[in-house]
Design a protein around this ligand. Structure first.
Ligand SMILES: Cc1ncc(COP(=O)(O)O)c(C=O)c1O
Length: 321
């Protein structure tokens, strides 16, 4: 019996074409993905809009999902259209509006060699109401820390794929940052520049220019980040994609994490532990409070995702056709 204590309003999940009660567990302990992280996932949000709940940039998420699957050599057992419909169905069946949607493809039960020769690829989709990923830090601004371990390098893994195993690094460092009293971790890349958060991209604002980095800096080029680059001029910001050095971050007027789960979450303080946790220097970002331009961008983003800006209707996929 599985309680939905930390999955607010989740009643049913979808597995291989059928809906199951949330409390029902149906997986064997020897499924391949459980042992080696041989799975890929998406993180998608729906929002209430005047046309009912709508899923933000669903097609882009599902395109990325298929790309991730190809990186881990999976043959996806459904079409993109079927998966998009299933995501909408899960929102409808759970009676959700603002929700987080988690499609997961995994190598299932078959054999346990590292090569999943006899493991079918299976798909599950769950959804629940999930508030601000960084909790109250989303309001007051994050006190983040640069962790000593460098981000996995783009030459080592394809970071444009959201693969379960790759996220172990995010989990370890997310836990470590919190153990040391910080809201979130920031990774440097092997070159010593800012990469990203464990599950978020990083943006800075300097002289009314929004800046973020790209895949060459060992980051996932997030869909939120890409949306913000497109809409920045609407709120009077120039947009630029370029590497971010530590000095750029410490000297920024404003900085924030962005991602589907975190949305836009200001960073107000950063402690640099890149030389080890015993050896940190703290930097206040800008005024030390969530920035005016960050807030303006976050408001504009909320208007878009909740269907109040017709210019960006193209990004919304209503769940009731
Ligand atoms: C490592 C990492 N970077 C960045 C992001 C932001 O990506 P998106 O905006 O597509 O959610 C995510 C979240 O998916 C992530 O896991």
């Amino acid at each position: 019996m599985f309680l939905n204590t930390h999955f607010s309003k989740a009643k049913k999940y979808w597995y291989m074409g059928k809906l199951y009660d949330w409390s029902e567990g149906i997986f064997h302990p020897m499924i391949h993905a459980l042992h080696y992280g041989t799975c890929t996932f998406e993180g998608i949000r729906s929002y209430p809009t005047p046309r009912g709940p709508a899923i933000f940039r669903l097609k882009d998420h599902i395109d990325r999902f298929f790309h991730s699957a190809s990186v881990i050599k999976m043959k996806v057992p459904f079409t993109k259209e079927e998966i998009m419909e299933a995501c909408k169905l899960v929102i409808r069946e759970n009676g959700l509006e603002g929700a987080y949607i988690r499609p997961l493809l995994f190598y299932s039960y078959g054999n346990l060699g590292l090569v999943p020769k006899f493991c079918p690829v299976e798909l599950v989709i769950a959804a629940w109401e999930w508030g601000a990923y960084l909790g109250e830090a989303a309001e007051r601004g994050s006190n983040a820390c640069i962790v000593p371990k460098r981000r996995i390098h783009i030459s080592q893994m394809d970071l444009s794929a959201k693969l379960g195993g790759t996220y172990v690094q995010s989990t370890i460092n997310g836990i470590e940052a919190r153990e040391h009293g910080y809201d979130e971790a920031i990774f440097l890349n092997l070159e010593g520049r800012i990469a990203e958060g464990p599950g978020e991209n990083i943006c800075i604002i300097k002289n009314e220019t929004l800046q973020t980095n790209d895949r060459s800096e060992s980051v996932l080029e997030g869909i939120t980040r890409t949306s913000l680059l497109e809409m920045a001029p609407d709120v009077g910001l120039k947009a630029k994609v370029a590497p971010i050095t530590k000095e750029d971050l410490f000297g920024a007027d404003e900085a924030f994490f962005c991602g589907t789960a975190a949305e836009i979450s200001p960073i107000v303080k950063v402690t640099d532990f890149s030389e080890g946790f015993e050896n940190g220097k703290t930097h206040i970002i800008g005024s030390g409070r969530p920035g005016v331009l960050t807030n303006r961008l976050a408001e504009a983003y909320q208007q878009i995702v909740t269907g109040k800006n017709p210019k960006y209707e193209k990004w919304l996929y209503p769940v009731k056709d």
